[in-house]
Design a protein around this ligand. Structure first.
Ligand SMILES: NC(=O)c1ccc[n+]([C@@H]2O[C@H](COP(=O)([O-])OP(=O)(O)OC[C@H]3O[C@@H](n4cnc5c(N)ncnc54)[C@H](OP(=O)(O)O)[C@@H]3O)[C@@H](O)[C@H]2O)c1
Length: 337
């Protein structure tokens, strides 16, 4: 049996419950029947006498915590006292203070609860600490969903450890792509941002996407994955929101496009996210819609390019399930089954 607690039941959390219900058999085949023992959102949660029923889980997937059940005033400590194997975390980011996200990860890891997360905050601010603590305590940290969500960027980068990488460059924020494309088409920046929020493409606080923090957090996680120990606080971040609209449109006439480009320079140990001009027909210039792209330059002169979709929530949830499968496989390999 695999004892799971759910933390965050918004778009991704609900989608994860759907995936878990649909794919429970894959875990069962490995000898780990999933058992959700509790769930928590920001205003309380639910704990079961044993596993939550499939009926309640289906309601959670459909309506979220508040619509599905009477919520009790519980906290993270109450979930930890249920002795879970793994916490599946899908809470909003908190890059400015790091809280309550960072304290939550620290408490889970300290109590030897493994984590699968879609939230970038902890790793963006304290990758070395959290991964170090997890290793010291034999705890799994799965965070594949934090970068390019629907496209496995981090497994690719893990596969390149030990190779000499010079740099990684990417367009990592789909909301910025969307807004810049609207501005290129003639919409004022303020209206483009408003439309992105109305269409739920941007977060209610669009500065996280357009200001560059989201892409910077992803770049930090990638940099650490390939051995550059940086934190979000060390990234040079320039917002798109200060750009002149005429400049964005003029760039198109000159055969280039302005994109929010994340750069990791492994030799200089530098990470940045800035608006940059890139060739319109190139890999970075032609990425659009829900797609992100990465160019990995190796020291031998070769390049590896990855282009693929980021979310939406359903794909993100499937990636989290894939981390859960990896966790179980590692347990089996380590003989902890
Ligand atoms: N959407 C995607 O495809 C995608 C892709 C990759 C990564 N992500 C990341 O996934 C995370 C979740 O995204 P989302 O779209 O599902 O967000 P969301 O719809 O806003 O849902 C957030 C959930 O977290 C809960 N929550 C907030 N603070 C909490 C706390 N302190 N303790 C426990 N629960 C808390 C909220 O509860 P209340 O309802 O009570 O506030 C809500 O249930 C974000 O970090 C996002 O960046 C999303």
């Amino acid at each position: 049996m695999l004892r799971i607690v759910l933390i965050g039941l918004g778009n991704v959390g609900k989608a994860f419950v759907k995936v878990l219900l649909a794919k429970a058999g894959e875990l069962a085949k490995l000898g780990y029947e999933p058992c959700v023992v509790g769930a928590l959102a920001s205003r309380g949660g639910v704990v079961g006498d044993g596993c939550l029923s499939n009926k309640l889980l289906a309601e959670l997937a459909d309506k979220g915590l508040y619509g599905a059940t009477e919520v009790r005033s519980i906290e993270l400590g109450d979930l930890i006292s249920l002795n879970p194997d793994v916490a599946v975390v899908a809470i909003p980011p908190s890059y400015r203070t790091g809280e309550p996200n960072l304290s939550m990860y620290r408490e889970l890891v300290r109590n030897r609860v493994s984590v699968v997360t879609a939230d970038k905050t902890g790793l963006a601010l304290a990758y070395q600490e959290l991964v170090g603590e997890a290793r010291a305590r034999g705890v799994y940290l799965g965070f594949t969903a934090t970068v390019m969500a629907g496209t496995p960027a981090l497994p690719l980068l893990r596969g390149l450890r030990g190779r000499s990488i010079d740099s990684i460059t990417g367009v990592l924020n789909a909301t910025s792509n969307y807004v810049l494309t609207l501005v290129e088409g003639g919409l004022p920046m303020i209206d483009a941002v408003k439309r992105a929020v109305e269409e739920k493409i941007a977060e209610p606080d669009p500065s996280i996407d357009l200001g560059g923090l989201d892409a910077a957090a992803k770049a930090v996680i990638m940099a650490n994955t390939v051995g550059l120990p940086v934190s979000l606080r060390n990234v040079e971040v320039q917002s798109l929101l200060n750009l002149n609209e005429a400049y964005i449109r003029d760039a198109v006439r000159r055969g280039v496009r302005v994109k929010q480009v994340a750069s990791i320079d492994l030799a200089k140990g530098r990470v940045s996210v800035k608006p940059m001009e890139v060739p319109a027909g190139g890999v970075l210039g032609s990425v659009s819609g829900n797609y992100n792209t990465l160019i990995i330059r190796l020291r031998d002169g070769n390049e590896i390019t990855l282009i693929g979709p980021t979310g939406p929530a359903g794909a993100t949830a499937e990636v989290m399930f894939s981390d859960l499968l990896e966790y179980v496989e590692l347990r089996l390999m380590m003989g902890k089954g």
